[in-house]
Design a protein around this ligand. Structure first.
Ligand SMILES: *Cc1c(COP(=O)(O)O)cnc(C)c1O
Length: 392
């Protein structure tokens, strides 16, 4: 057991630490190799110690780390332009994490409402969602465990079940104060729940009919994770704003809120800010990440690899009574079991595989997007034996 007492115990940590990483592998101080099927929770999409990202960080560290947003930052402008080209958005606000990117998006929604004379603007957020740990984002989060002990929560949120269009349509009929829908394209922490193919399209239509903003939380699903740069690109729609963070810096802390149309005109001088947000170091890293993702065929490869892993797991686990579902989109992959299976985290660790369990009974894989075929097969083999053993 760990005896660390100087760290606030907000995490139950596994008794292992890593000295270095290379690609999809981590090594402890004794040189033991672990296969990383979690990638720092969907952060290290290009794998550990990726040479192009390392070089971008090294060069920028030798040149200029930080100047503040009181001055122009050419690298930030370049990164904003690149993200807008990819997303179809018009401008960007840079923050340092997913929660902070979401704070910017929620502030956009409120200001959008207040500017239109809506006295008590409401944002619809979904059951089972996860949006972060700040007061606004934990309030938006559809999970009582995240709320517990932090009351009073913020006002201004309405709830709907995930993947339930009629309930949102019903709210639309009965509420005048709604200004936005805030939703993940795939629930990440909420158990890798994949909605109906037309879910975002239907939400888009409701937003259009009522002048609401459609705001997507792509903190986890963005940056190639689901096999497209952004997950909404599977659905042929454009949101009014979106956030992303985790995979954008491949380990360097960066978050961004992108917007278009009226949502892009809302945060003007003096209404929002960040000391660190979008500094030269993180922007140089993110630009290198985007080049690798888009020029290197990594996203297409992620789509392919995801299918390979999901199909192999579905085949290997077919017919097992204790397995409820094998599902995924790109490299966001889940095996849902009948019963709680958090013990599998430790069991996987003893087989030198890093993975995660969400919502107690969903084994979750978020590996680097550029695994080799052999690494993908190794993950499949270990997960197959873990899940088989869990049923015996
Ligand atoms: C991880 C996550 C967040 C929070 O990001 P932080 O960087 O931890 O603040 C928000 N939304 C989603 C969908 C996430 O997966």
């Amino acid at each position: 057991m760990s005896t660390v007492t100087e760290i606030m115990p907000t995490y139950g940590r596994l008794p292992v630490s890593f000295a270095r990483g290379q690609g999809a592998c981590l090594y402890d101080a004794d040189g033991n190799r672990y296969l990383d099927a979690l990638a720092g929770i969907a952060v290290v999409g290009l794998g550990h110690a990726h040479p192009a990202v390392t070089q971008a960080i090294q060069r920028q560290a030798e040149t200029l780390l930080h100047t503040s947003n009181l001055y122009e930052i050419p690298l930030q402008e370049q990164l904003a332009r690149r993200l807008c080209e990819i997303s179809g958005m018009e401008n960007a606000f840079f923050a340092n994490s997913g929660a902070e990117a979401n704070e910017a998006a929620l502030k956009i929604a409120r200001r959008y409402g207040n500017e239109r004379g809506i006295e008590n603007p409401q944002v619809i957020a979904m059951d089972g969602s996860f949006h972060g740990r700040t007061m606004a984002t934990l309030t938006a989060t559809g999970n009582r465990k995240v709320h517990a002990g932090f009351e009073p929560l913020l006002g201004g949120f309405l709830r709907a079940p995930y993947n339930d269009v009629p309930r949102v349509a019903n709210i639309a009929e009965n509420n005048n104060g709604v200004v936005a829908i805030f939703v993940e394209p795939v629930l990440g922490e909420g158990g890798v729940q994949i909605p109906a193919d037309d879910y975002l399209l239907k939400l888009r239509e409701i937003c259009d009919d009522h002048d609401w903003l459609l705001i997507l939380d792509e903190v986890q699903t963005g940056n190639g994770r689901t096999g497209r740069y952004f997950a909404y690109q599977h659905a042929n729609i454009l949101p009014d704003a979106l956030t992303t963070a985790k995979g954008l810096g491949n380990g360097v802390p960066i978050g961004v809120c992108l917007a278009r149309g009226p949502a892009a005109e809302t945060l003007v001088a003096g209404t929002h800010g960040s000391t660190f947000g979008g500094n030269p170091l993180v922007c140089a890293a993110a630009l290198a990440v985007i080049s690798e993702l888009t020029d290197g065929g990594v996203i297409e490869r992620a789509a392919e690899l995801g299918k390979r892993i999901i199909n192999a797991l579905a085949k290997n686990l077919d017919g097992l009574n204790h397995v409820r579902d094998v599902r995924g989109k790109g490299m966001m992959i889940a095996v849902e079991l009948e019963n709680p299976c958090t013990d599998l985290i430790q069991k996987a660790l003893s087989k030198r595989l890093l993975l995660n369990v969400t919502t107690d009974n969903v084994l979750r894989l978020l590996p680097p997007l550029n695994l080799t075929d052999d690494e993908a097969d190794e993950i499949v083999d270990i997960v197959t034996s873990l899940v088989r053993e869990a049923g015996s």
